[in-house]
Design a protein around this ligand. Structure first.
Ligand SMILES: CC(C)(COP(=O)(O)OP(=O)(O)OC[C@H]1O[C@@H](n2cnc3c(N)ncnc32)[C@H](O)[C@@H]1OP(=O)(O)O)[C@@H](O)C(=O)NCCC(=O)NCCS
Length: 153
């Protein structure tokens, strides 16, 4: 099940991000996003376990993916795709932007599979370790072919 996150989810979201990202958001940062009028958080639950989270920022007809993560043991089962498709349909027509570490080849492949295309590079944008940011965007996302839940159990 995918649903909008609530403040009660903040500790579990932070814990999931901590387990699955080298530079995770703190619980305070998650709480700040939950109370921000321009941020939207969705979680995916399977058997009452949080298996994924997506955090997005909205500004008029533009959206930015701030982060997305799937629990390591549940990857490559369509969870990330289901979250992204859900979020993009909820947001409606918009140009969607994101930044991803150049070395994060798995995430880049994921975004490309969802239809995002690279449009620029911010050299040495990230620290610990230093890395370039690949800028990607997706326009007219309502044409995403729907494969939601294709492999989930
Ligand atoms: C990126 C991430 C969210 C993808 O989540 P996921 O649930 O595994 O993704 P899905 O199973 O929905 O993948 C959909 C498609 O994306 C592509 N894809 C996903 N992960 C991939 C990988 N590691 N390598 C290559 N392609 C990949 C595939 O085409 C996949 O379809 P397939 O499994 O039928 O081949 C997950 O790997 C993750 O949490 N990574 C750590 C956190 C992170 O780096 N987030 C991004 C920060 S910018």
């Amino acid at each position: 099940m995918i649903r909008a996150a609530t403040t009660g989810d903040a500790p579990r979201i932070a814990a999931l991000l901590h387990r699955n990202m080298p530079h995770p958001w703190t619980e305070d940062a998650v709480r700040a996003a939950l109370s921000s009028p321009t941020s939207v958080l969705w979680v995916r639950e399977d058997d009452a376990m949080l298996s994924g989270v997506l955090i997005l920022q909205l500004c008029l007809d533009e959206a930015e993916i701030l982060t997305i993560a799937t629990e390591k043991a549940r990857r490559r089962q369509g969870i990330g795709r289901s979250l992204m498709e859900y979020a993009l349909r909820e947001v409606g027509p918009a140009t969607v932007f994101l930044e991803v570490r150049a070395e994060n080849t798995g995430a880049k492949a994921f975004y490309e599979a969802l239809g995002f295309t690279p449009y620029g590079v911010r050299k040495r944008y990230y620290r610990d370790p230093v890395d370039d940011a690949i800028l990607m965007k997706f326009v007219n996302f309502l044409k995403i072919p729907c494969q939601t839940e294709k492999k989930t159990v």
